[in-house]
Design a binder for this molecule. Sequence first.
Ligand code: ZN
Length: 290
Amino acid sequence: MNHFSIKLLTIVFSLLYHSESISDTIAKTLQDSSLKSVENRDIKLVSVPVSGKVNIKNPRYLYIQAGLHGNETATSSFVEWLIRKTKKGKSLLNQLPPNTTIDFVPKASPDTWNKSRYNSNQINLNRNFAVFFGISTEPTGSAPFSEPETKAIKKLFEKRNYISAVDIHGYVNWIVTPSKPTGQHMSDKRQIRQYHRWKKQIASLTKTHLPHYSLQEALALGDGGAFEDWAFWERKSLAFCMEMDSKERLKPLSKNKSIDTWKEYEVYLFKVFSSALSISEEEQNQLAEI
Ligand SMILES: [Zn+2]
């Protein structure tokens, strides 16, 4: 190959790479340019088929979100690390069933990343979702999905049928499961069964894989309008919130120490997602039998 062809190939590759990276946003994926942050920033969305193959038949989607609170930057670094590993086929997540595709949103509040817990309207985005809305001492927004960032997430969930979804926060040793059913959900018998099943499953996996963690529910913490309650009760996704451990433990004293901590979370997510996919498959089979 002569010098000119090499140069041409390099240009073509860089263009391809570039076009891939600029299409990786919620706005581009849903072809709706309004789905951006308050300050019109793109919200990055990276879809990775775990088998490495695109155009899979009947893909099953999982969702991993971080940085909904912009100041919790370690959550975004962790998710970006997971994206790199999964894209290379080197993550445990690549061992999920081959028709699985994972949607990663590493910085859900791009305007205030590394700046603030709130978005640029000074709203706590994790109090702006539609279930138990208004029960919070923090700024919730004027109505559910009043904020462009949560609106974009809602649209994404309407497009994809996420079997399971995690919202990652920091920094305490908690797993936050969906909150127990109240009045408005009591009539949904199927979802109440799912709630008990899901909670039991998470309790068991947490005990084994994050034994220093405790289980919480947003409503009991006084945090209405949280992501996982909406994703579970409204979108029927097996949702949860994973807090990353104390900041001290995550501090990169050395690069490897930080990565070791992240591996624990990678194993945990793999186990929880595997479990969610089998629960969903079992349910599909039961429905098919009826
Ligand atoms: Zn948070």
